[in-house]
Design a protein around this ligand. Structure first.
Ligand SMILES: Cc1cc2nc3c(=O)[nH]c(=O)nc-3n(C[C@H](O)[C@H](O)[C@H](O)COP(=O)(O)O)c2cc1C
Length: 315
């Protein structure tokens, strides 16, 4: 799949916890041109549900080279690399492309394409050196090269605003079909204004299509689509797949949590109950009595209980 062949350039942004398979199918039905999975560890053994033919987003970090921890302990290097505490600060690190080839081989036929996450600001990302904390350009190039070697499909990388953004762009131009920019810094997380001017400068320099992410909504999407090659909708889609029908002028019956449940049951996806409850809470946001509904939902323990309760409360 090439970027120019995607007719509808309004996509569902990758969102951990939110973008389960049922939610993604509903967003696609509502009009999303492409859907993204949440960031996924290529070493996971969990079954991947990919019926919506999504863009599968991987993450990877750095890890100690072939040397084992015991080896490091006994290594002469440890005396050379003391941290502030006086303890060994670590060891030369190299890219972790582990599992990527095998994972991509297993799932390539089932997806529309692939993405690599360089934007995650979470503390776990800091701990393990992935997402926005993966700043070693050689490591990034090694990963994107590996990904390119293992698919002929669409490949992109998702980044944040940072001092490395233009260097990553140069690498992406060698291997990727597009690059996605969320122009908030790691420090900003998800709050504050996205720096659209930065994203525009980025687009002006880029030789590959640029997908914009950051507060895309009903009032700004048309303007953004004039400036960028595509846009992604994130938080505005949570509990509200209908936003895609609105943005794409698709005539469609309002999608509700009942549709989520019906699809879940029909397809027999084995999602954990806490995930179903999470979605119930998102879909009920903004409803009348939503606080009361959410309080009640948090106490519900079984699927039957949930269904019976929502039948009354969700019209
Ligand atoms: C709950 C949540 C989970 C997210 N998970 C991911 C993720 O797994 N991978 C990723 O690249 N971005 C992730 N993001 C960032 C979004 O894809 C998007 O770039 C960001 O939220 C800005 O878009 P918005 O303002 O439309 O929400 C996440 C955002 C939220 C709110």
């Amino acid at each position: 799949m090439y970027f120019r062949n995607i007719k509808n350039k309004i996509f569902l942004a990758p969102m951990e916890e939110v973008n389960d398979i049922v939610f993604r199918i509903l967003c696609k039905k509502s009009g999303a041109g492409l859907t993204w999975t949440p960031l996924t560890n290529p070493l996971t053994k969990q079954r991947q549900f990919l019926e919506d033919k999504p863009i599968l987003q991987l993450f990877g970090g750095k890890e100690l080279c072939e040397f084992s921890r015991r080896h490091i302990k006994n290594s002469p290097f440890r005396t050379l690399r003391k941290g502030a505490s006086g303890k060994p600060a670590g060891f030369p690190i190299c890219t972790n492309t582990k599992g990527i080839k095998e994972f991509m081989k297993k799932y390539d036929k089932k997806v529309s394409g692939w993405d690599f996450n360089l934007g995650c600001p979470a503390t776990t990302a800091r701990k393990h050196g992935f997402g926005s904390y993966l700043t070693d350009l050689k490591a990034i190039e090694k990963i994107l090269k590996t990904m390119r070697e293992n698919t002929k499909k669409f490949l992109c990388v998702k980044i944040r605003k940072s001092s490395l953004a233009f260097d990553i762009l140069k690498i992406a131009e060698k291997y990727c079909n597009a690059i996605c920019i969320h122009p908030r810094t790691r420090k900003q997380g998800y709050s504050g204004e996205p720096d659209i001017k930065f994203a525009e400068k980025f687009k002006a320099k880029s030789k590959i299509p640029v997908i914009y992410s950051g507060d895309v909504n009903e009032t700004n999407y048309k303007e953004l689509l004039k400036k960028f090659d595509a846009v992604m909708v994130g938080r505005k889609a949570i509990g509200n797949p209908n936003i895609f029908a609105k943005l794409t002028n698709k005539k469609l019956k309002q999608i509700t949590f009942q549709d989520y449940l019906a699809l879940l049951r029909k397809k027999k996806y084995a999602l954990p109950f806490r995930q179903i409850k999470f979605q119930a809470m998102q879909f009920t946001k903004g409803k009348r009595n939503s606080r009361k509904i959410r309080d009640k939902l948090s106490k519900i323990k079984t699927f039957e209980e949930l269904k019976n309760y929502l039948k009354i409360k969700l019209q």
